[in-house]
Design a protein around this ligand. Structure first.
Ligand SMILES: [Zn+2]
Length: 262
């Protein structure tokens, strides 16, 4: 389900960014400082209670907004070129989606066939993908917990709205279901990142040193995770609702804040 959208029932306003129009919405929260977050449908402006006017904030942050906007657009163009009209990436490989009578998952030919009107088939397909992802993460998390000498409680796969993964104080590791679309090395990288949090809570020097001991190219991996975040939004409506047969029929949703990781 959907990427976290702009709040409903909120007035949608617009600003000019990079020669186009960017929708935004304002919410008030108990925060000390104002914050901007890219969401699926535009920019979310979070203001401390009592702040009335966002225009000066937007003017001040225009450099950041247009830079982020350009990065997101570029990421979508780069990865979007790999996708065909009716395809679904699974661990980074594009499966052709065909309309069929019953559910067929054929990794050899990279074909998935199903009846998009049959919710039961869609549920089974989702369960199958979730199982594949769980098994992959189980391997990766086990591997990195041994490497880092830590123990984890359990792995949870959820439809997280704003993060690829997170790690709770009790040693539970949460991962975003949409990781199933990413190349395996990114899934393994993220597992490494989250397991490293079992030793180092924050994103301090010690944390990155730990991650770097496994992934010399961790910066590149973080960047790729950022790019894929926007890319997978194309597929978030596809499973499990099945209202459409392929991403071509999905309204593009170019904007969403990248997860900062936790
Ligand atoms: Zn993190």
């Amino acid at each position: 389900m959907p990427a976290e959208n702009l709040p409903q029932n909120n007035e949608v306003k617009f600003i000019r960014v990079n020669g186009g129009t960017l929708p935004y919405s304002v919410v008030h929260r108990r925060v000390r400082n104002p914050r901007l977050e890219f969401r699926a449908e535009g920019l979310l402006v979070i203001l401390p209670l009592g702040w009335r006017d966002e225009t000066s904030l937007l003017r001040e942050k225009m450099g950041w907004i247009s830079r982020k906007h350009a990065e997101i657009t570029a990421a979508l163009e780069k990865l979007g070129g790999q996708a065909s009209d009716h395809s679904l990436p699974i661990f980074g490989e594009f499966f052709e989606i065909r309309r069929g009578k019953s559910l067929v998952f054929d990794p050899g030919r990279r074909v998935i066939e199903f009846d998009p009107a049959d919710n039961n088939q869609l549920r089974r397909l989702t369960a199958m993908l979730k199982k594949m992802l769980t098994e992959e993460l189980q391997r990766a998390v086990t591997h990195y917990s041994r490497r880092f000498g830590v123990n984890f409680e359990r792995i949870c796969i959820k439809r997280q709205r704003s993060k690829w993964g997170s790690c709770s104080g009790r040693g539970n590791l949460n991962f975003n279901f949409h990781l199933v679309h990413l190349p395996r090395e990114l899934t393994w990288y993220l597992a490494c990142h989250e397991v490293a949090h079992l030793r180092e809570r924050g994103h301090g020097k010690g944390f990155w040193a730990l991650v770097k001991s496994e992934f010399e190219n961790y910066r590149e991996m973080e960047k790729r995770l950022f790019e894929y975040w926007f890319f997978v939004q194309r597929y978030t409506d596809f499973i499990p609702s099945g209202k459409s047969l392929g991403p071509a029929q999905i309204k593009p949703r170019p904007l969403q804040e990248t997860p900062d990781g936790e």
